[in-house]
Design a binder for this molecule. Sequence first.
Ligand SMILES: [Zn+2]
Length: 199
Amino acid sequence: MTRALIIVDVQNDFTEGGALATDGGAAVAAAITRHLNEDGDRYDLVVATRDWHDADGDNGGHFAAEGTEPNFVDTWPVHCVAGTPGAEYHESLETRHIDIHVVKGMGEPAYSGFEGATSDGETLQAVLADVGVDEVDVVGIATDYCVKATALDACRAGLQVTVIHDLTSAVADATRDAALTALQTHGITVTTLAELAAA
Ligand SMILES: [Zn+2]
C-alpha cells in the first residue's frame, strides 16, 4: 500500500476568528500536526489543499452578493481570498510536513481538492498517481463540505479512503452527521485517531 494524507483547507478563515469559522478548527490544526509528528511514517506523501478565491467578483456565485445574507449552503461570506491572511494555513499546522500544496476555487466554487492544482498546474489526482498512491486518509475543514467532497472524489478515483473524523471540524452538527453517514454509504471508512492506533 502507498498511502497519502490529504489535509483539506486548514486555513485561518475556517478557524476561530476567521470569516467562515468552524468550531474546533484551531484544535484540528494542532491535532493534525501532532498526528504527523507521532505517526508521520504512516504516509508516503502529505498533500494540503487551500481554498484560494479571486479578490475580484463573486467567484461564480460562491460569495453572497453584496448586501445579501449568505445561506451557508452554496453562498458564503467572503473567505480565503488568495494572498490574504485568511487564506494562509493556520499557524498550528506545521507546514514542514507538507510535500505538495494544492489550491482550488480560483474564480469558481471548488469544494473538492480534486478540482485544484499545484502551482505547476498538476491536478491532485496526477500528484497522487505520480507516487502510486492507492490509499488516502482525509482530514481538515470542513467535514460537511470540502472534506466530504474531497473524500468522495478520492473514492471515485478508485482510492481506498479513510476519514479521521476527530481531525476534522464542521460548519454545523447536523450536516456533519449527514456527511459522515453519506461517506460510509460510499464505502469510505470513518474512524478516529484512537481507533486507528488500536487497529
Ligand atoms: Zn470557498
